[in-house]
Design a protein around this ligand. Structure first.
Ligand SMILES: NC(=O)c1ccc[n+]([C@@H]2O[C@H](COP(=O)([O-])OP(=O)(O)OC[C@H]3O[C@@H](n4cnc5c(N)ncnc54)[C@H](O)[C@@H]3O)[C@@H](O)[C@H]2O)c1
Length: 343
């Protein structure tokens, strides 16, 4: 049976990969893709889908209640991933994070709930993050984030995402809404905005510039290929228990220093290209996900995230798509870059 999903934030990194993945693999799904095209939304990420019969792009804001109502009315389910997504930006100015990540999520929940009285309940999936759990210590490799780990967000970004999670939880508890939440670890892959570490470092090295490494570089992240994330979102959307949370992780923990050295190796450059910079304020030490629930309940496991192959493939994508990232880097990004890292 065919179905229509509303995708929010679908011109960003994960959203564009999700749109491409669905158009390629799901002939039964039509996507309505709404995105405000902020600095990180880029229609070039959707190149080739302009005339796709099962993909419609609409420029719009998730805080626009009337628009959300019209779009949700046309859909059977919502995959909500529109967000302000960069921790460093949230440290400079948290307001857009509060407005979009919290306000936008509540707008979608409100409009979906109002419609449910006339059209039946529409499932809303919130794409959240492992950052809502706070940080794990480096000296306790046995500790992992589980779905019942208390939320302890440490950055304004993480706090805004945790707030959205709580609003989704409340919508289920208070109104019986059909909602599910995914909490994923760090993604990598094509079309990632070059303020995030992997595309930033690869493109800097191509430009002959050094790579800025925060603090001692020992902070650990669990890296997941973006298409593994997209597959997991689909599993949860279609099979997750109403009201539940599902962790998604790559079982692929790497320190930032290890990641940096791997990228330098792949680019044929040495440690002299590392520029040590002051640590990010409140920088979480380690994130690590226990993804056993989604495996046991929905049969999902990462299949594309294994290193070194997945990293090699991703580095190659940025090398082969120089026009794409050069156009991104030459825009508003430059001003941010100067404020963040100095000239
Ligand atoms: N990138 C990761 O590693 C990661 C990991 C876990 C969870 N997430 C979550 O996944 C989602 C997508 O992240 P991403 O890395 O693709 O981010 P991104 O910044 O690349 O994309 C976000 C998209 O949302 C759009 N957007 C922002 N504000 C909007 C608004 N008010 N209305 C409509 N659209 C708006 C932007 O234009 C952009 O296209 C976010 O919710 C993020 O919190 C990301």
């Amino acid at each position: 049976m065919s179905t229509t999903w509303l995708l929010t934030g679908g011109a960003g990194f994960i959203g564009a990969n999700f749109a491409r993945f669905i158009c390629e693999t799901r002939p039964d799904v039509t996507l309505i893709n709404v995105d405000a095209l902020t600095y990180s939304g880029n229609l070039e990420n959707l190149a080739g889908l302009e005339n796709h019969p099962r993909h419609e792009f609409i420029k719009g804001d998730v805080r626009d209640a009337q628009l959300m109502r019209e779009l949700i009315d046309r859909c059977d389910a919502v995959v909500h991933m529109a967000a302000e997504s960069h921790v460093d930006r949230s440290i400079m100015d948290s307001k857009p994070f509060i407005d979009t990540n919290i306000g936008g999520t509540q707008t979608i929940l409100d409009e979906a709930r109002k419609l449910s009285s006339t059209t039946g309940s529409k499932r809303v999936l919130l794409v959240s993050t492992d950052e809502v759990y706070g940080a794990l210590p480096l000296d306790r490799p046995d500790l992992l984030f589980r779905e019942d780990t208390p939320l302890a967000p440490n950055s304004p970004y993480a706090a805004s995402k945790a707030s959205a999670d709580m609003l989704v939880r409340a919508a289920h508890h208070t109104f019986g809404m059909d909602v599910v939440t995914t909490r994923c670890s760090n993604n990598f892959g094509p079309y990632q905005f070059p303020e995030k570490v992997i595309p930033l470092f690869v493109t800097n090295l191509i430009e002959g510039r050094k790579v800025p490494l925060y603090g001692d570089g020992l902070n650990v992240r669990d890296w997941l290929h973006v298409i593994d994330h997209c597959e997991a979102i689909v599993r949860v959307l279609e099979g997750g228990t109403p009201g539940d949370v599902y962790n998604i992780g790559g079982n692929n923990e790497r320190s930032n220093l290890e990641l940096t050295k791997s990228i330098l190796d792949l680019m044929g450059r040495g440690d002299d290209m590392i520029q040590h910079v002051a640590d990010r304020p409140g920088h979480d030490r380690r994130y690590a996900i226990d993804a056993s629930k989604i495996k046991a309940e929905l049969g999902w496991e990462p299949t594309r995230s294994a290193w070194p192959d997945a990293l090699v493939e991703t580095v190659a994508w940025y090398r082969e798509n120089e026009g794409w990232w050069r156009r991104v880097k030459s825009g508003e990004y430059r001003a941010f870059y100067a404020r963040q890292y100095g000239a």
